[in-house]
Structures are given as structure tokens and as C-alpha cells.
Write a protein that binds this ligand. Structure first.
Ligand code: PLP
Length: 444
């Protein structure tokens, strides 16, 4: 099918779906009513959502009241091609109407095709392999099991995993065990034992921690959830050297940085060849899809038949979406676009007087805007029609669709000063209110 055919198929499928869709999901769909219903039907683990979103096209999304937003977060680095991209719509439409799911007793052309494409793009050596998952946390669960299979010998067992402070690897029990933030882990202890954290970027700490009892070291090339924190030059290479010297695996978590996000296909490759790499987020372009990639035959054989599995991982529809994402990124030269646009955006942001510094790479940027100001900017930006994110009190994270244009980004740059000014005012008001409450408390 050509892209135009996809559009026609997608439109008629949509019309059919809308005819058939009844009940409360379609009716009564204002922001207020949906948020009210959310409160009474969804678990409160995310807090209250900022808005119910009902539609997207390109770099824009719309809420249930019809307000338009420029999406500078892309579902947290997920919507690589923006919203409703015809390549993904077409691939998913064609696949779901041909073959929607097969069990893992079978395979499908898109599953095999995507695995081959990932191995090609990672320039993986002979014997490398892919295990598909549905999310980043599941990719890291698989990586943890792989690490456990680097068990050493009976006399010299390996039991330890080394991770980095501030690192984030997911929320399921295994991935959570490697995630640094004590507040995320403490309520669920005891977790998987044997994990230790070292200071990111400190080569001496790395050398001190890694010996022949270590199964694996896991690192994010840029610590995304920690506020888009880059590792110092040469650190990944040091991890590679030290792990190789001691027979430990090097696992790179490229869940957030992979799939062209940093202006390279993968942020770590080219600098190191790891033993394993985890992917998710951008890989499916909005369809849940992740992967564990093992480099070389020895690593690919660590998990043998029956030692790991999944019902949905590698599903034909998800892998069709993955193929559409990778092929479109390649065909449209988007990796280079991300590099150039990311450099340009970082430069433009750094010129703004309100910005203290900019870090990150490609279209994964952390912008320092002053202590306490970032969360207020998120709220005010939303009112002004921009979706951004705060990773902490002073850091705004930008991770827009990879095909976003300079013109689109320019609208945010133009509004930055006024959003920041309002955020400063809101912070001052908050401080005054806090002081008054404290005074009241003292009087009482
Ligand atoms: N690893 C990294 C580096 C991430 O940024 C994330 C999510 O933010 C995860 C793992 C977990 O991915 P998911 O939320 O898909 O489980």
C-alpha cells in the first residue's frame, strides 16, 4: 500500500470505529468531566493528569475541550514521529487487519524484520540477538536476568550488580532494584539483592566497585529522569574497559536515549560495544514496544530456551510499528535532523537571559531555569499551549517529536520569557503564602 492508501484506509477505519463506539467513552468528554471520572476510576499513582488529550497530529495535540498544544515532551520521548504519522498509521492498520497477534510458539515477518533492522542499525557483531518486550522496565528485567546468568563459578561466584546513583531503570521489581531513588525503592523492599550504586562519572569509584564478583554494570548514556544529566567524556569507555577486565557485562540502558533521540541512532554505540542494550520508548513510536539487544554469540546464549518469555513481546502489530518508525527515520534523514535541530535549539535556549544552562544532546535537553521555577513553568506553559516537563525544581526537560521543525520550536522560544516571568511571580506568591502559613502556625 502507498502512504495515500494508508490515509484512506485509516480514515474509513476511523469512521467505522466512531460509528460503532458508543457508551460513556464518547459522550460527556469535556476536560472537567473526564478528569472527574478519572479520579473515581484510576489508581492515584500518577497524581491527577494535567489534561485529558483526545487527538494529535504531527507535533500538536488537542485536549477534550479543543485546546491545542505544541507537544515538546512527546509522551516522554516516545512519539518519535509525532502524532498520527501516516507511516505508523499505515503499518499498524495493515498489520492489525492482516494478523494481529501470534503466540511465541510462532513468529511473524514484522518480528523477524524488526530484529534484523535493529541488528543492522546497531552494527551488532555476528551472533547478536534481540528479545522483544513491551516497555522499558521489561527490557531491563530481561537485562537483569541476563546479568544473573553471568554467574561465575562455584568457587568464584558473581552476585553483584553495579548501577549509577541518580539512575532510573523502571518500576517493576527487578528494574526498580537497579533504580537509584531511595523513595521509589524503600516501600517495596526487600527487592532483588546485590545491587550497589556508585557516583556517575567517577572512574575511581567505578574501578573500586568492579571486581570479579560483579555480574554487570548498568548505565544510561544520559541520565534522563535525573534531569538529562550527561556522563563525562570517556566514562562509558572506562565502564567498557573495567567490565571487560573483570568479566562483568556492560549493559547500556538506551530506553530514553536510543532511536535517534540524541542525534545518533544510539547514544552509546560508536563509543563502546556493550554486552547488552535496552530499548523502548521511541522504538514503537507510540505503540508499546521494547527490546533487549545482546551483542555477540556468548551474550545471546546466556538466556536459554525457557529461561525467559512474554506473551505480547514481539507482537506483529507492535513490531510493524517499530519497523515503520525505523524505516521512516532512515528514509527521511531524521537522525541528522535531530542532531542539527537539537544543536540549534540548545544554542537558542542558551541565549535566553532566563536560562542558566542547557544540557543533554539532540532533542533530549535539560534546561536550568532557576530553583523552584520549573514546575511553575510546566503549569504556565500548558496554559499557553505548550507541553513541557520538569524533572526537578530547577530543570525543564524537552523531548519533542524527532521530526519537529524549527518554526514549531520557535513559537516556544518566543513565549519562553513570558512563561518564565509568570512562573517567577507564581513562585514568589507561593513563598509569601508559605511564610504567612508559618506565621499563623507560630501564633497558634
Ligand atoms: N530506563 C530509562 C532510562 C527510562 O528513562 C525509563 C522510563 O522513563 C525506563 C527505563 C522505564 O521505562 P518504562 O516506563 O517504559 O517501563
Amino acid at each position: 500500500m502507498s502512504v495515500d492508501d494508508y490515509d484512506a484506509v485509516a480514515q474509513s477505519a476511523l469512521a467505522l470505529a466512531q460509528q460503532g463506539r458508543g457508551g460513556s467513552a464518547a459522550e460527556d468528554a469535556s476536560n472537567e468531566s473526564l478528569l472527574g471520572r478519572y479520579k473515581h476510576s484510576l489508581m492515584g499513582v500518577f497524581g491527577m493528569p494535567q489534561r485529558p488529550l483526545v487527538r494529535g497530529k504531527g507535533s500538536y495535540v488537542w485536549d477534550a475541550d479543543g485546546k491545542q498544544y505544541l507537544d515538546l515532551l512527546a509522551g516522554i520521548a516516545v512519539n518519535a514521529l509525532g502524532h498520527a504519522h501516516l507511516a505508523i498509521v499505515g503499518a499498524v492498520t495493515e498489520q492489525i487487519s492482516t494478523l494481529g497477534h501470534v503466540s511465541n510458539f510462532f513468529t511473524s515477518p514484522t518480528q523477524v524484520g524488526l530484529a534484523e533492522k535493529i541488528l543492522e542499525l546497531t552494527d551488532a557483531p555476528e551472533g547478536s540477538a534481540v528479545f522483544f518486550t513491551n516497555s522499558g522496565t521489561e527490557s531491563n528485567e530481561a537485562a537483569l536476568k541476563l546479568a544473573r546468568r553471568n554467574a561465575g563459578t562455584e568457587d568464584k561466584p558473581r552476585t553483584r550488580i553495579v548501577a549509577l546513583k541518580q539512575g532510573f531503570h523502571g518500576r517493576t521489581m527487578g528494574a526498580l532494584s537497579m533504580t537509584w531513588k531511595p523513595g521509589y525503592r524503600a516501600p517495596f523492599e526487600p527487592l532483588v539483592p546485590g545491587v550497589e550504586w556508585i557516583e556517575p562519572g567517577d572512574v575511581d569509584a567505578l574501578k573500586a566497585a568492579v571486581d570479579d564478583t560483579v555480574q554487570a554494570v548498568i548505565v544510561e548514556p544520559i541520565q534522563g529522569e535525573a534531569g538529562v544529566r550527561e556522563l563525562p567524556e570517556g566514562y562509558l569507555e572506562a565502564v567498557r574497559d573495567v567490565t571487560r577486565e573483570h568479566g562483568a557485562l556492560m549493559i547500556v540502558d538506551e530506553v530514553q536515549t536510543g532511536i535517534a533521540r540524541t542525534g545518533e541512532w544510539f547514544a552509546s554505540l560508536g563509543r563502546v560495544t556493550p554486552d547488552a542494550m535496552t530499548l523502548a520508548k521511541g522504538l514503537g513510536g507510540g505503540i508499546p514496544l521494547g527490546a533487549l539487544v545482546t551483542f555477540g554469540e556468548e551474550n545471546s546464549k546466556r538466556l536459554s530456551a525457557g529461561q525467559h518469555g512474554t506473551t505480547f513481546g514481539g507482537n506483529p502489530v507492535a513490531t510493524a510499528a517499530g519497523l515503520a518508525v525505523l524505516e521512516t527515520l532512515e528514509a527521511e534523514g531524521i537522525v541528522e535532523h535531530v542532531k542539527e535541530t537539537g544543536e540549534w535549539l540548545a544554542e537558542q535556549l542558551a541565549k535566553l537571559p532566563e536560562v542558566e544552562s542547557v544540557h543533554g544532546k539532540g532533542l533530549l535537553l535539560g534546561v536550568e531555569v532557576g530553583e523552584g521555577i520549573a514546575p511553575h513553568m510546566v503549569r504556565i506553559a500548558l496554559e499557553s499551549g505548550f507541553i513541557i516537563n520538569a524533572t526537578g525544581p530547577s530543570t525543564v526537560r524537552l523531548a519533542p517529536p524527532l521530526n519537529i521543525t524549527r518554526d514549531e520550536l520557535g513559537t516556544f522560544l518566543t513565549s519562553f520569557a513570558s512563561i518564565h516571568a509568570e512562573a517567577v511571580k507564581a513562585l514568589e506568591t507561593e513563598h509569601t503564602a508559605n511564610k504567612n502559613t508559618q506565621k499563623e502556625g507560630t501564633k497558634a
